[in-house]
Write a protein that binds this ligand. Structure first.
Ligand code: SAH
Length: 253
């Protein structure tokens, strides 16, 4: 180890979609071994039951750049975990933390994977992914709306199952209806749609409906919801969604 090398370590930890059972053992181990855990209040609340002697630094929503800088700075001398809901690579903290760390000399950094919202939601819906899928966030805070719409068009044209993150926020409710209009250009009204709110945590709701009826559920969709649009082969089965992988073309069952 060179003398200039920092003694600390920085973990970027995906803590899963909410339920503590969905925190991986690895994430739990890392959190318990950290001197500091940094995260926004809602995510800290999600794991506070398991934290013991850790110093907790809560920050508000937004402020990700400051949070990342603080974590990088502290990690020069301490074992630090900066947490992200779900998986840190899916619209999470991994990106900004590595971008900040890149500007420093020698930060020891490790990213710990977590269960992302669409994995949790898909399991609740049965088997709606299984084949190729695309993930699109409707948040236009960091991505211009024109790019979001282009990606929706491409994903729909490519017949991907589409997972929509950040369908709405407090101040952004309209993109969602516009996005559904885009998808309707490519997909029939019968296309299965899953709406999962608060997957694995308090207030969990799961709705399986169709693209034609999705706006009947407009009020159920908020910033704690992930929306899944099936592909041309997806079908509803009871209150579930199945997207065939293709076995039916090769096998009898
Ligand atoms: N890194 C997170 C996603 C952060 S973006 C992950 O991997 O899951 C925030 C968006 O994720 C929310 O607006 C919502 O669309 C989705 N989301 C996060 N947790 C959720 C949950 N428990 N149930 C449903 N959607 C969730």
């Amino acid at each position: 180890m060179s003398p200039s090398r920092s003694q600390g370590k920085l973990y970027v930890v995906g803590i899963g979609p909410g339920g503590v059972d969905y925190l991986t053992k690895k994430a739990e181990k890392v959190l318990l071994g950290s001197e500091y855990v940094i995260g926004n209040g809602a995510y800290i609340d999600q794991i506070s039951g398991i934290l013991k002697n850790t110093k907790i630094i809560r920050s508000g929503m937004g402020g990700e750049v400051e949070r990342a800088k603080k974590a990088v700075e502290l990690s020069k001398e301490h074992i630090v975990s900066i947490i992200s809901g779900g998986d840190a690579n899916i619209y999470g903290m991994a990106g900004i933390v590595l971008e900040v760390a890149e500007k420093e000399e020698d930060i020891d950094i490790e990213v710990i994977s977590g269960v992302t919202a669409i994995s949790a939601a898909a399991s609740l819906l049965g088997a709606p992914l299984v084949n190729d899928f695309a993930v699109v966030s409707l948040s236009d805070l960091l991505t211009p709306i024109a790019i979001i719409e282009r990606r929706l068009n491409c994903a729909a044209e490519g017949d991907f199952v589409i997972a929509i993150y950040n369908p709405k926020s407090k101040n952004r409710k309209k993109n969602f209806g516009k996005s559904i209009e885009i998808l309707r250009k490519y997909r029939s009204a019968e296309t299965p749609v899953g709406i999962v709110r608060n997957a694995t945590r308090k207030g969990e709701t799961v709705i399986a409906t169709t693209l034609g009826k999705i706006m009947d559920h407009n009020e159920d969709i908020n910033m704690s919801t992930v929306v899944l649009i099936g592909n041309s082969e997806s079908r509803l089965w009871k209150s579930r969604i199945i997207t065939p992988r293709g076995y039916q073309k090769k096998y009898d069952y």
